[in-house]
Design a protein around this ligand. Structure first.
Ligand SMILES: [Zn+2]
Length: 306
């Protein structure tokens, strides 16, 4: 009896067998990204060949994302993970380990790090580690919203996706090219909009705009935090406000997850104004995708600094 059932099952398998390869080819790659900027860029590259989910939302402080069971569930089914690197999403290691998915462990085929080829800014000259509270021990990890780096980032995504789906490389390349052409058109406009305010000095709460500011010729006079991730001491704030007055700083950039009230108070005392920025895709209303987020920041800066 058992033997006969086995034979029936085999016959069934043989019958549906030829259908399977076709079904597999049509299945979208399941990609999980650690932050929403990378979700937007992976969607630009993968288009209808991928299904992308992010482990965090744009309104969060990525340095302090909490590993949840829901993250592990998303990761369990993933073909690939796209991560920022430089310790911004170090917590992803814990979630990935918990997901028990060999595709995406460090060194696995489906592990895609997008910082390869990025010239890292603010690399500490003295040794720092997280026990000192500094959350940028390997340099500043907030490069994803510098549109000038989108080319490098998307190339890393293409290479990573093509590793697990080599048959789609040409499509990924083509999507990337189309996206970069579109971005280039915006870039021309953004550069023009920022031209009149070049050289302006601004203050940032947490240093997450250094790549962006450098790209458009703006200067970060200081940060409200003492050091990355370390709350300000009263003395630091006194010095900062004095400097802001001397340099006639008009603008403080603040993250939606940070102490916006404190940013407002400091700005007011120094004769400036604080603005909540799109520190990531989805951080503020209207910044729903990569280009929209950058556009939001350009518009806000140009208006505040004019
Ligand atoms: Zn940071």
């Amino acid at each position: 009896m058992i033997k006969r059932l086995g034979a029936v099952a085999l016959a069934l398998l043989a019958a549906i067998g030829p259908l399977v390869p076709g079904a597999q080819a049509a299945r979208k790659l399941r990609v999980v990204t650690t932050i929403p900027d990378l979700k937007s860029l992976t969607e630009a590259v993968g288009d209808n060949l991928v299904e992308v989910d992010s482990l965090t939302r744009g309104t969060q402080n990525f340095h302090e994302a909490e590993v949840r069971p829901s993250m592990m569930l998303k990761l369990r089914r993933a073909d690939a993970v796209v991560e920022n690197g430089l310790d911004l999403d170090a917590w992803a290691d814990v979630a990935i380990e918990g997901s028990n998915n060999p595709n995406i462990i460090r060194g696995g085929r489906g592990r895609i790090e997008i910082s390869r080829g990025v010239e890292v800014l603010e690399v500490p000259t003295a040794r720092v580690d997280r026990s000192m509270g500094d959350v940028h021990p390997r340099g500043n990890p907030h490069f994803s919203l510098d549109p000038g780096l989108a080319g490098v980032i998307t190339q890393n995504i293409v290479d990573g996706l093509a590793r697990i789906a080599p048959e789609s490389r040409a499509a990924f390349e083509q999507n990337r090219k189309a996206f970069l052409t579109q971005l280039e058109q915006h870039m021309t406009r953004w550069t023009k909009v920022m031209e009149p305010v070049r050289g302006a000095k601004v203050v940032v709460y947490h240093p997450d705009f250094i790549y962006f500011l450098t790209r458009f010729g703006l200067v970060q006079l200081g940060t409200i935090e003492d050091r990355p991730g370390i709350p300000p001491s009263p003395q630091h704030l006194v010095n900062l406000i004095r400097q802001m007055k001397e340099e006639k700083v008009k603008m403080v950039l603040v993250e939606p997850w940070n102490d916006v009230k404190l940013a407002n108070r400091i700005a007011e005392e120094a004769g400036a104004k604080a603005f909540v920025m799109a520190t990531a895709v989805g951080a503020v209303k209207g910044a729903d995708n990569y280009i929209a987020a950058i556009d939001y920041n350009i518009t806000t800066l140009a208006k505040a600094l004019q």
